[in-house]
Design a protein around this ligand. Sequence first.
Ligand SMILES: Cc1ncc(COP(=O)(O)O)c(C=O)c1O
Length: 255
Amino acid sequence: MEHHANLIPWQELCRRTGASLKYIPLDDAGALRLEEAARLITPRTRILAFTHTSNVLGNINPVGVLVGMAREVGALVVLDACQSAPHLPLDFKALDVDFAVFSGHKMLGPTGIGAVYGRSELLNAMPPFLTGGSMITTVTMEEAQYLPAPQRFEAGTQPISQAVALAAAANYLSETGMQRIARREAELGQRLVTGLSAIDGVRVLGPGREKNGPVLPRSTSPECTRTTSGSTSTSWASPSGWVIIVPSPCTAGWA
Ligand SMILES: Cc1ncc(COP(=O)(O)O)c(C=O)c1O
């Protein structure tokens, strides 16, 4: 279910720290098995990271339930909101996650920019991951003191034109209305699934309309995916429960 963007960094973190990575399994419909999640999330769990909306099957995961499990054991929650930011109304505070991320280019914005949301006390307790100009309060020949977040994470000249364009995209989506967007996508998705289901030989995969409600495929172009068996396919993923997979010569990883 997870994009490589929410997988490889954790593998790398484990390699560096000796932590171990555990996966919540999926049921046959592709939904997270919450009873397994409850077993896997223990007081030894430090971070629970999951996608809000899967780019593979379109699942909208139950953020509240998973956050509740993490809170019980004192784990931090990181939410991958790349596929929900363009399609759903989002309120990270209300979702009660500790961190959330999304990409500009998934929400009508430019490439090369995205956003990291985090609780300020957590962000300010973290060291910068890049160093350079515009992120310090004082500097001597020996050492530097860092500005509070977000500036401590914004070393060097920022991608200014991308930031302006991302703000324009966010304003456009807000003015259009995320509720309205979600509703319209649900209508179109319903039509799409009804039409597809009427085609002989088409099998619609994913948790399905009962769990998520129908919406449009999120990609206007096919995404290339590699299946776990190593074969390749082309898929159109929907943020609410369907993915169409057909054989293709694509060799890329997750789109
Ligand atoms: C759910 C999800 N997370 C993360 C990403 C990665 O985003 P980026 O292309 O900005 O690295 C994608 C891109 O498809 C995605 O669908």
